[in-house]
Design a protein around this ligand. Structure first.
Ligand code: GLY
Length: 314
């Protein structure tokens, strides 16, 4: 397999300190949805840049994406095979990580992950007990499946009736969101949030709450957030691998190395990443059709990265 044909990497360049990069998910991206997604990413970057710490930059930017309703996270989350919202989110900052898996209660799972980070020494809380914590802390409640996602669920359930829920439906993944940030103090943070894969088995947890897989940040090296088919990202430990490689490769080379390897192992249409180095250099890469990206720092902007390497900037 000629993996280079399926992978596109864009060098966004030096953003300085503070800096932030956010994405709206690697996937198919129909043209008519792109403009709205880029608007939301612009707002997420603006809100992120107003925060003081890299942790809050990532949390507040992701909360904007979760609240948008047009991306697969927070109130826009796709539904499980039996028609429920079950979300995953996670973040890493200053050598520690916290995630929540298969939660339904919070409107913003990334805020619940922050609570786990600040209030406990656990790395992962899941299911009903994580939901109970969100309720106890008074976090805003998720409104339930959106009308448009419910409609899509009804249609895809009909098409999927003859299939077993597993492998073939992995193709129906949506648009996980994520962000990476570098603050004035030089600390790095990374986070991810998702409704998971459309029609997933209830209880399925993907890469987004797992450090090393869906996100990873290490001061002095860099931060990474991933999107795509969670099962492959978990097996590939994509973000940990990229951040480790930053000790000996440039961000562009590190992303290319891991995405080529990932594509050769799992095929195309499986992954996208955003990366920020400790020096504030930003890079993004995909092996899917496209991924919308927002970035801010010394320079700000939005772009759609396409598989052919084309970068559309409005
Ligand atoms: N990357 C999101 C998921 O697979 O759940």
């Amino acid at each position: 397999m000629n993996v280079e044909k399926y992978v596109a990497v864009v060098d966004i360049g030096r953003l300085g300190k503070p800096a932030i990069v956010a994405h709206g998910g690697a996937g198919g991206w129909q043209v008519e949805r792109v403009g709205e997604a880029l608007q939301v990413l612009k707002k997420a970057v603006e809100v992120g840049l107003k925060q003081k710490t890299a942790l809050d930059m990532v949390v507040e930017a992701i909360a904007v994406l979760e609240d948008s309703g047009i991306l697969n996270a927070g109130i826009g989350s796709v539904l499980t095979f039996d028609g429920r919202v079950q979300m995953d989110a996670g973040l890493m900052y200053r050598g520690w990580a916290a995630g929540v898996g298969a939660v339904s209660y919070p409107r913003n799972p990334i805020r619940l992950a922050k609570e786990v980070y600040t209030r406990t020494r656990h790395v992962l809380l899941v299911g009903a007990d994580a939901d109970m914590l969100a309720a106890k802390l008074g976090l805003p409640k998720h409104p339930g499946p959106s009308a448009s996602n419910f409609e899509k669920w009804v249609k895809s359930r009909m098409n999927a009736k003859k299939l077993k829920w597993a492998a073939p439906l992995l193709q129906l993944y949506g648009d996980t969101v994520g962000a990476v940030a570098l603050d004035q103090e030089g600390h790095l943070a990374a986070g991810a949030s998702t409704g998971g894969i459309s029609l997933k088995h209830p209880g399925r947890v993907g890469d987004s709450p797992i450090p090393g897989a869906g996100y990873y940040a290490e001061d002095g090296l860099g931060a990474c957030s991933a999107t795509g088919i969670g099962e492959t990202i978990l097996l590939g430990m994509v973000c940990r691998k990229i951040v480790e490689l930053l000790s000996k490769k440039s961000p562009v080379e590190a992303v290319k190395h891991v995405l080529y390897e990932h594509t050769s192992r799992f095929g195309a249409d499986t992954v996208g990443v955003i990366v920020l180095s400790a020096e504030g250099e930003a890079v993004a890469g995909i092996n899917t059709r496209a991924m919308p990206i927002g970035y801010g720092g010394m320079r700000s902007g939005v772009m759609l990265l396409e598989r052919n390497g084309k970068v559309l900037e409005p």
